[in-house]
Design a protein around this ligand. Sequence first.
Ligand SMILES: Nc1ncnc2c1ncn2[C@@H]1O[C@H](COP(=O)(O)OP(=O)(O)OP(=O)(O)O)[C@@H](O)[C@H]1O
Ligand SMILES: [Mg+2]
Length: 366
Amino acid sequence: MAKKHLFFPGQKILLKPHSQLYKGTYEVTVHEITRNSLRVTMPYDNGRIVLLAVGTEVEIKGANTVFQSKIVDKEHSENSTLTIAIPECVRESQHQNNTGPKIIAVTSGKGGVGKTNFVINVAIALAKKGLRTFIIDADLGTANVDVLLNIHPKYTLQDLVEGTKDNILDIIVEGPEGIQIVPGSSGFQSLADLSENELSNVIKKFEPLQEYADVIIIDTGAGLSRNVIKFVLAADEVIVITTTEPHAITDAYAIIKVLDDKDSTLNTKLIVNRVDSKNEAVKIIKRMESVVERFLNIKVTGLGYIFEDPNIRKAVKNYTPFIKYSPHSLAAKCITGLADKINPLNKQTDNMSNKSFLAKLKKIFS
Ligand SMILES: Nc1ncnc2c1ncn2[C@@H]1O[C@H](COP(=O)(O)OP(=O)(O)OP(=O)(O)O)[C@@H](O)[C@H]1O
Ligand SMILES: [Mg+2]
């Protein structure tokens, strides 16, 4: 399936200014598209020019998208035009992306093993490579994505579920390097109580991510609650994180067993966090691979490891992702390597499942 472009020259789109003076919705024509802006013809109302000032907030509605933005420039010439910023969350991929976003679920048996730190930092590493990277924060614990980044989302998934918000872009918050965060909070608890009809309404609200995302990383929290297991089952890749501590390893095995019970064809990977040496990681991975092979049907392969690194604690205290706080640290180097391994554009990464994004969404919510 060829990728649908969000905008193309000559396209008619709708522009609705948030203005005291002009309260209409005006059809304008797209002139030019750059990575971060859209130049359109000046709007007219019954043959009279609609004079909108730079800085006016507008809603833009195209065939496949609706978003809020503002006018950043205007030009009065023979062909008068307005330039509208395109928010990071609706930018087009710079890559050929015909399969829809890759969904990666990150989970663990034991809590506090480094999932959220991994998710945020690997998302930034992928965004730096030009991938439009989204995080769905399904971690209901306390130290979740918004807390680690010190951002205060106004809306959460709860608002999509309850219908106070209809457009997923309205709840998304932008993080460092343009990563896009879907704040979860208690929205995930209420998913379990929805009727079929209400669930399919929520699915529809997630559909735009097909157009906007190259990678979606889901931070599931520890122990796979009933509310997030479906996100994991719909993922193209499930990453289980453990530390080197024996009970974290045992709990990782327990979670892999749960995954095996649900769907033994899941593409499951293991990351060992807080290692002192590569050798320590290799031993743990080998042991897990062989125990799983012996007792379960599912296949687990080692994805890699992250060194124990005091910079992580310091970075957390500073509300800064460690890949930015100390980019040359051992942990940051590990993250960059892991990002290369999960980057859907790298040929050596696993094939993505051939399910469409919509089929995956249905799996999540059905
Ligand atoms: N590689 C590491 N080196 C040193 N400290 C680390 C490392 N990884 C994680 N930590 C420490 O562990 C803490 C917990 O990490 P994080 O919040 O990412 O875990 P989590 O698995 O998301 O926890 P929860 O299950 O509660 O959601 C971090 O704040 C940090 O202090
Ligand atoms: Mg967490």
